[in-house]
Design a protein around this ligand. Structure first.
Ligand SMILES: [Zn+2]
Ligand SMILES: [Zn+2]
Length: 257
């Protein structure tokens, strides 16, 4: 069987353009025998059945464009679509971006201009696409794995509590939070000693603080302390957040949160 296949591919290597056209005219699936089918044969085959495109290794841009003009979702049949085909596909429907492995920046831009939430369909969105997406809705930042600093900056300046949606804020953004919006420090994983001091002063942590959840004083580990706004009791941020996962009242005075 594989011998026969080898023989066929040897034959296809020496097929003239005329022979390719002739064989494709007879039966479009014959194109599968050609190593590098010519443009005319590709055109003929996809006109018969555009699904055949899936089996053509490097389809000509003209052929790619032909199938995506029919239906933008056909972009999924092309392994490495050309920029023009990508552009047409996402212009038809921005969510077609999900079928493109490494979308070009222009396709990304069009996809998120149509709907910022499409950013979730792009594996590593380019900075421009990220910025458009967060301008449409700052919470789109949740769908970006490592948002660029400009996107982070916009999100935080729009509303500093949004910092909680950024998994790994850059040092610059962390510093901005610590100096400009210290009340949002509770949303940071890491903060400097200096910023922690500013924050503790701001929320007026009592001298004799002890966390009633873990019964430990704030000390060596320099844990972040959180003050519950509803009753004013203080706890380690990590302790109280774990507690509030399944309860909705203060562990000390039972005031509902
Ligand atoms: Zn604690
Ligand atoms: Zn309380």
């Amino acid at each position: 069987m594989s011998n026969q296949k080898n023989k066929l591919s040897k034959i296809s290597a020496i097929l003239s353009i005329e022979d390719q056209i002739l064989l494709t005219e007879k039966f479009y699936k014959n194109i599968l025998l050609f190593n590098d089918p010519c443009l005319e044969a590709q055109r003929m085959a996809v006109k018969k059945n555009y699904m055949i495109l899936k089996h053509i290794t490097n389809p000509y841009p003209e052929v790619q464009i032909f199938v995506v003009k029919r239906d933008g979702g056909n972009i999924r049949l092309i392994k490495d679509p050309c920029p023009e085909a990508q552009r047409i596909a996402v212009e038809r429907d921005g969510s077609n971006i999900r079928f493109i492995k490494d979308p070009c920046p222009e396709a990304q831009r069009i996809a998120v201009e149509r709907y910022g939430g499409n950013i979730i369909l792009i594996k590593d969105p380019c900075p421009e696409a990220q910025i458009i997406a967060v301008h449409e809705d700052p919470l789109n930042v949740c769908s970006i794995k490592n948002p660029c600093e400009e996107a982070q900056l916009f999100v935080v300046e729009k509303s500093p509590v949004n910092i909680q949606w950024i998994e790994n804020p850059t040092e610059k953004i962390q510093n901005l939070i610590c100096t400009k919006y210290p009340q949002c420090i509770v949303y940071l994983q890491i903060i400097s000693d200096e910023a922690l001091q500013i924050y503790n002063k701001l929320i007026a942590v009592p001298e004799d603080f002890t966390c009633s959840i873990c019964i430990e004083e704030e000390g060596k580990e320099k844990k972040i302390i959180q003050k519950l706004t509803s009753c004013g009791h203080y706890f380690h941020k990590d302790c109280v957040q774990k507690w509030l996962k399944d309860k909705d009242s203060c562990p000390v005075c039972r005031t509902s949160i």
